[in-house]
Ligand binder design. Structure first.
Ligand SMILES: Cc1ncc(COP(=O)(O)O)c(C=O)c1O
Length: 361
């Protein structure tokens, strides 16, 4: 993998040490150009058959790209707008009854907590919270679903092996997993994997995916199939939802969004996705390098695994984040935790890490 060539695809590095992919990845030039291309063509040629055919072709390629990344079949991948949408779809479609327990962890993001709280308040499910590292051992007979992160957004720890829990479906929040770390949904042993396109896949806000295991697919009917979710829309009232995961596609995703997401995926994965192993390895190595350097300087780095997030204690995280931003170093603080978090991708290099270390008060 040519690290310098990859970095050169991202204009943001001309000015910033951008270490914030856990929020939104850097946007490659090609993605911005793809948006412009779609809009220019639409304005000049109108939006008729050719426009829609091109969009459908790009949707197919995006679905295949996401599927390849997850080690999945493209029929099992829905195109969503974000991780949270996938989570909402799973919680909404699973037949959870009042009193059914959903097990979750103490390190979850509001994108999962919000849908869980709504299911508790509106449908009477019980949400039990246990430490992230203890999820697998905490399953009880009343547990009907496990819903937790693949990679903790708080500290970059990774979920353990869940394959032994085969009878209890696992919904993984893959916002900090998809594109960041090697991800094989079968090896993970999950039933559902919801991911973001705008973070580690460097796509636009409004892109994402939901993988549905064929084993659990029948348990996940489409909540309200809209035009894009129908198998043969012209069948009118007889039209059935698509049999594949496409029945959970977002009701509408703009052609610009699809084109940009696909362009970003091509930049990262290269031809046929061959570049992904190199991208994952470089990101993990650079993140470990940053974690070690922070520890050497006496910073208390939060326990982490070989992922792309590095969090450390800071006396005043919002103030330090703002100070770093003045020096062109973009990281985030994690409200309520006393932590600052840097997101390290294959697009970063030593200069970004040095800039961060130098700018830290
Ligand atoms: C662990 C985790 N889950 C969910 C989300 C929300 O992602 P999205 O905006 O794609 O729904 C985030 C975003 O930061 C996250 O870190």
């Amino acid at each position: 993998m040519d690290a310098a060539a990859l970095r050169a695809e991202f204009p943001v590095f001309e000015r910033y040490a951008y270490l914030n992919a856990g929020t939104c990845g850097p946007l490659p030039r090609a993605a911005a150009a793809a948006v412009g291309g779609v809009l220019a063509l639409a304005a000049e040629q109108g939006r008729a058959d050719a426009y829609f055919e091109a969009m459908l072709d790009q949707r197919t390629r995006l679905r295949e790209g996401y599927a390849g990344l997850l080690g999945a079949a493209s029929d099992d991948v829905a195109l969503t707008t974000c991780t949270s949408e996938g989570i909402v779809r799973v919680l909404g479609a699973l037949q959870l009854e009042p009193g059914d327990e959903v097990l979750t962890s103490d390190e979850e993001h509001p994108g999962l907590q919000g849908p869980l709280a709504a299911a508790r308040d509106q449908r009477g499910i019980v949400v039990r919270v246990v430490p992230f590292a203890q999820i697998a051992e905490a399953v009880e007979p009343q547990t009907k679903l496990i819903a937790c992160s693949h990679v903790s957004w708080v500290n970059g720890r990774m979920i353990g092996d869940l394959r032994a829990l085969a009878d209890v479906p696992v919904l993984l929040d893959g916002a900090q997993g998809a594109g960041a770390v090697p991800t094989d949904v079968t090896a993970l042993g999950c039933a559902f994997y919801a991911g973001s396109g705008q973070k580690w896949l460097c796509g636009p806000v409004g892109s994402g995916m939901l993988w549905i295991s064929p084993r659990w697919s029948e348990r996940l009917p489409a909540p309200g199939p809209t035009y894009l979710n129908l198998d043969v829309p012209r069948d009118g009232l007889a039209a059935a939802p698509r049999a594949d995961a496409g029945r959970h596609d977002a009701s509408a995703q703009s052609a610009e969004t699809t084109a940009a997401a696909l362009a970003a995926l091509d930049v990262l994965g290269g031809a046929g996705g061959a570049q992904w192993p190199g991208v994952h390895e470089r990101a993990a190595a650079l993140a470990a390098q940053l974690a070690d350097a922070l520890a050497e300087r006496g910073r208390e780095v939060a326990p982490r695994d070989r992922t792309t997030l590095v969090s450390w204690q800071d006396a005043d995280p919002p103030a330090t984040q703002a100070l770093l931003a003045q020096d062109g170093v973009i990281i985030r603080d994690l409200p309520g935790t006393g932590l600052l978090r840097a997101s390290v991708g294959a697009w970063n290099d030593d200069s970004d890490i040095d800039r961060l270390l130098t700018a830290l008060p």
